[in-house]
Design a binder for this molecule. Structure first.
Ligand code: ADP
Length: 451
């Protein structure tokens, strides 16, 4: 069987992963773009500062050096002489060693930090020698630092966001899927309790969605199935009821024919009518009993029943049948072993199990009925050392009309209703019945009732 994975878990895993990928991609794009934009703006600033100072210098205005030294807007500009010797302005020791490149904005690492550097050259006037280098430089470290702290914050936030998303999403899907659980629960209850009258509960304020529609549709389908089953039960009950009178007539007249038979041949023919009529009569009674139990119409008088007495009655009624196969039929029940039961129904259940023990028993075999009280329960067992039941069939023997070996069973006019009737009777008592069997060795049926 494949491993069960809940749809809720699958959906939660799917969107949490998607969310994670989305966050990472969006952050990478936003981070990369904002880094680019901020270095671009720093570069523009540096170039602007250098250009302004260079314009002032080109006009040889006095006091340019002071401007560079004192004015805030030129704090990132420095002036070097034509040989690259620092004169005035922003001073960083390492920056003085960086070779000059005219008009090329670039990134340089100074003192272990990233800087944007831009150089402009002021040529010397034609009649004088010398000239200057104007260098602008500004750190991009604050941007990198900002980026780093943003990454740390995001790394802390991502798990939090994912946790909230996963929990919130799981809660919502769980709520949305609640009707599915109710449907599964109801379906299980119906098959476990065999109670087709159960319906899927739909809250009056339930939101109308696909699952609510599914519940309504399933409930309608259950209504139809229940109706069909009711009709089928009613038909079985009516048909069996209608058949009882004609069968009784056939039986009575068959018996009369046996009595007035002129010779052996006629007697044999009449007897076979009686035998078949008896089989049909038994079949009809069982069908009627099953239909009544199914329809909750079976009369049921629970009382304290002495199982030792009941077993003796059952054994006595089956003695002749057992004798035909030379089977020793014994009831071994201590006096005062009681159970809460309807006497006649329980008697027919035990008789049926004994009859099976004889039918499927070996010649000169044994059938034993025993019972004991264990706490508030009474266990009744019917045990034989007959042909046994193959494990492939054992779960099906309770099904109506199920027979393992049609040819052998025809010998006794079996119809496959005996065990289903026994089971229905025991379940009507709120008890249980189980079977253990070994092919070729024998079978034990165990009934458990309250006492
Ligand atoms: P049937 O009327 O055919 O006996 P049951 O419902 O009583 O119908 O039993 C169903 C089938 O279970 C039988 O056909 C038989 O093959 C098998 N079975 C029942 N009881 C026994 C038993 N004690 N030993 C072996 N097989 C059994």
């Amino acid at each position: 069987m494949k491993k069960f994975t809940s749809i809720k878990t699958r959906i939660t895993i799917w969107y949490t992963t998607l969310m994670f990928v989305l966050i990472v991609v969006v952050l990478a794009l936003v981070g990369g773009l904002s880094y680019q934009l901020s270095t671009d703006s720093i570069e523009k600033n540096v170039i602007l500062g250098v250009t302004q100072v260079s314009e002032k210098l080109s006009k040889r205005q006095p006091g340019v050096f002071e401007i560079v030294e004192n004015e805030e807007e030129f704090k990132n500009v420095s002036i070097y002489d034509a040989d690259g010797k620092y004169i005035v302005g922003k001073y960083i020791y390492d920056a003085t060693n960086i070779p000059f490149k005219e008009g090329v904005p670039r990134k340089e690492s100074i003192d272990g930090k990233e800087y944007i550097v831009y150089d402009a050259r002021m040529p010397s006037p034609p009649d004088k020698h010398g000239g200057f280098w104007i260098r602008g430089l500004e750190s991009v470290n604050s941007t990198i630092l900002l980026g780093k702290s943003a990454i740390i914050i995001v790394l802390i936030l991502i798990p939090l966001i994912l946790l909230v998303t996963a929990l919130g999403g799981y809660y919502i899907t769980k709520k949305a899927f609640r009707p599915v659980n109710t449907i599964i629960q109801t379906a299980n209850d119906i098959s476990a309790q065999r109670d087709i009258s159960r319906r899927i509960e739909i809250a009056p304020d339930a939101r109308e969605d696909e699952l609510q529609h599914l519940s309504v549709t399933l409930n309608r389908m259950l209504d139809k199935i229940e109706n069909l089953i009711k009709q089928e039960k009613q038909f079985t009950s009516d048909a069996s009821h209608e058949l009882r009178t004609p069968i009784s007539v056939i039986l009575a007249q068959g018996e009369y024919l046996v009595d007035i038979a002129k010779d052996e041949k006629e007697k044999e023919l009449a007897q076979s009518i009686v035998d078949k009529a008896n089989q049909v009569s038994q079949l009809v009674s069982r069908l009627l009993l099953l239909a009544r139990i199914d329809q909750n119409r079976q009369k049921f008088n629970k009382e304290k029943v002495d199982i030792s007495v009941l077993s003796d009655i059952a054994v006595d009624s089956m003695k002749d049948f057992a004798a035909k196969k030379n089977i020793s039929l014994v009831a071994n029940v201590k006096e005062d072993t009681f159970a809460e039961a309807d006497e006649s129904l329980l008697l027919s259940a035990i008789t049926n199990l004994i009859s099976n023990g004889i039918k499927y028993g070996k010649e000169s075999g044994e059938v034993l009925v025993s019972a004991s009280q264990i706490g508030d329960k009474t266990e009744i067992t019917v045990e034989d050392n007959g042909i046994g039941i193959d494990k492939d069939h054992i779960d099906k023997i309770w099904d109506r009309f199920y027979r393992i070996d049609d040819v052998r069973n025809d010998e006794y006019g079996s119809c496959g209703l005996g065990l289903s009737m026994v089971k229905s009777i025991i379940e009507l008592h709120g008890g249980t019945i189980s079977v253990e069997s070994r092919l070729g060795e024998g079978t034990v049926f165990k009934i458990v009732l309250n006492n």
